[in-house]
Design a binder for this molecule. Structure first.
Ligand SMILES: NC(=O)C1=CN([C@@H]2O[C@H](COP(=O)(O)OP(=O)(O)OC[C@H]3O[C@@H](n4cnc5c(N)ncnc54)[C@H](OP(=O)(O)O)[C@@H]3O)[C@@H](O)[C@H]2O)C=CC1
Ligand SMILES: Nc1nc(=O)c2c([nH]1)NC[C@@H]1CN(c3ccc(C(=O)N[C@@H](CCC(=O)O)C(=O)O)cc3)C=[N+]21
Length: 299
C-alpha cells in the first residue's frame, strides 16, 4: 500500500480521553452527563452497536440509559418515550437508533426530540443551525470525518471535496461541515452522471453510499485523502459457513494504492462516530447546566 492509513480507532481514543477529562471537570459542579439510547426492534447489528455505545459512555464517566421497545411498537409509544426522556433531568442526550420499523415515521420522532438533547444532530433545528453557521449539535459521523481530515491535512480551505451520498445523517451534514471549513464541495448521488470522473477531481473523497467496495482505485486522484464511511456486512467465503466480514464503500486495496491516505473499515470512521456522540453528550450537558463548554469538544 502506498497510501497512509488514517487510524480512526487511535484518534477516537484521544477524543474519548478528552471527553472523560471534561466529564470529570463537570463533576465538581455536580453534573454527570447522561445519554439515553432507544432501540426499537431486535436487529442484531443494532444491538451490538447499542451495547458498545453504552460501554463507552460509562467508560467516559457518564450515565448510560438503554430503552428497548418491541419491533411492533407504535409511533405513539415511541413518542411517549421521547417525551419522557425530554423531561428527564438526568438525560442530556437522546439517540433513537435508526432505521425505525416501517410503521413509525422517523421524521416525526426526530422532530419530537428536544433539540438541546439531540446528540445525533438530526433535528431540523440543529440541521438549520449548522447550515446557517451557528452553534449546533453536529451529526456524529460527519463530525468524526471532519476531525480525521483536519488531523491529517491541517487547514482544509480551498480543497476540492467530493461527498458521495446525500442522506440527512451523513452526506448533507458532511457537505455543510466541509463548506464551513472552506472546501469547494460537490455532493454526488445515484443520479450523478459520471461519478468516476467527478470523484477523480477530488482532493478529498468521502464515500457514504452503502454499496460495498463501490469506489475503486481508478476513480481516485493520486494523493487524494479518502474517508470511507460505509459499513457493509458481506459474506466471507474465505472463512466458510455463514461467516461475514465488514467492508466499506471503497475497495480498500485498490484505493489505498493510489490515495495519499485512507481510512480502513473497520477501525476508521465507525469508532469516531461513537467518540463524537460522547463529545456531543458532554457538550449538551454543559450547556444544559450553564457550564463552560470545553473548546476541544466542539468543531
Ligand atoms: N461509520 C459510521 O459511523 C456510519 C456508517 N454509515 C454507513 O454509511 C453508508 C451510507 O449511509 P447513509 O447515508 O445512511 O445511507 P443512505 O442509504 O441513506 O444514503 C445513501 C446515499 O448514497 C447514494 N447512492 C446510492 N447508490 C449510489 C450509486 N450507485 N452511485 C452514487 N450514489 C449512490 C444515494 O443516492 P440517492 O439520494 O440519489 O438515492 C444516497 O444519497 C452506509 O454504508 C452506512 O452503513 C452510516 C452511518 C454511520
Ligand atoms: N440514530 C442513529 N445514530 C447513528 O449514529 C447511527 C444509527 N442511528 N444507526 C446506525 C448507524 C451506524 N452507526 C455506526 C457507528 C459506529 C460503528 C462502529 O463503531 N463500527 C466499528 C466496527 C463495529 C463492528 O465490528 O461491527 C468500526 O467501524 O470499526 C458502526 C456503525 C451509527 N449509526
Amino acid at each position: 500500500m502506498s497510501g497512509k492509513l488514517i487510524d480512526g480507532k487511535a484518534f477516537s481514543e484521544r477524543v474519548r480521553a478528552r471527553v472523560a477529562d471534561a466529564v470529570s471537570g463537570m463533576a465538581s459542579a455536580g453534573v454527570v452527563p447522561g445519554l439515553a439510547v432507544v432501540l426499537v426492534g431486535e436487529d442484531p447489528a443494532s444491538q451490538v452497536y447499542v451495547r458498545s455505545k453504552g460501554k463507552r459512555t460509562v467508560e467516559a464517566g457518564m450515565r448510560s440509559f438503554e430503552h428497548r421497545l418491541p419491533a411492533t411498537a407504535s409511533q405513539a409509544e415511541l413518542l411517549a418515550m421521547v417525551e419522557q426522556l425530554n423531561a428527564d433531568p438526568q438525560v442530556h442526550g437522546i439517540l433513537v437508533q435508526l432505521p425505525l420499523p416501517s410503521q413509525i415515521d422517523s421524521a416525526a420522532v426526530i422532530g419530537a426530540i428536544d433539540p438541546a438533547k439531540d446528540v445525533d444532530g438530526f433535528h431540523p433545528v440543529n440541521a438549520g443551525l449548522l447550515a446557517t453557521g451557528q452553534d449546533a449539535l453536529v451529526p456524529c459521523t460527519p463530525l468524526g470525518c471532519l476531525l480525521l481530515l483536519r488531523d491529517h491535512l491541517g487547514d482544509l480551505s480551498g480543497a476540492d471535496a467530493v461527498v458521495i451520498g446525500r442522506s440527512n445523517i451523513v452526506g448533507k451534514p458532511m457537505a455543510q461541515l466541509l463548506l464551513r471549513d472552506s472546501c469547494t464541495v460537490t455532493v454526488a448521488h445515484s443520479r450523478t452522471r459520471d461519478l468516476a470522473a467527478t470523484v477523480r477531481r477530488a482532493d478529498i473523497v468521502i464515500a457514504a453510499v452503502g454499496r460495498p467496495e463501490m469506489v475503486t482505485g481508478d476513480w481516485v486522484r493520486p494523493g487524494a485523502t479518502v474517508i470511507d464511511v460505509g459499513i457493509n456486512r458481506v459474506p466471507n467465503p474465505a472463512k466458510g459457513g455463514d461467516s461475514t466480514r465488514l467492508v466499506g464503500d471503497c475497495d480498500f486495496d485498490s484505493c489505498a494504492a493510489v490515495a495519499g491516505a485512507i481510512t480502513p473499515v473497520p477501525g476508521g470512521v465507525g469508532p469516531m462516530t461513537i467518540a463524537c456522540l460522547l463529545a456531543n453528550t458532554a457538550v449538551a450537558a454543559a450547556r444544559a447546566h450553564g457550564l463552560d463548554v470545553p473548546e476541544d469538544l466542539t468543531a
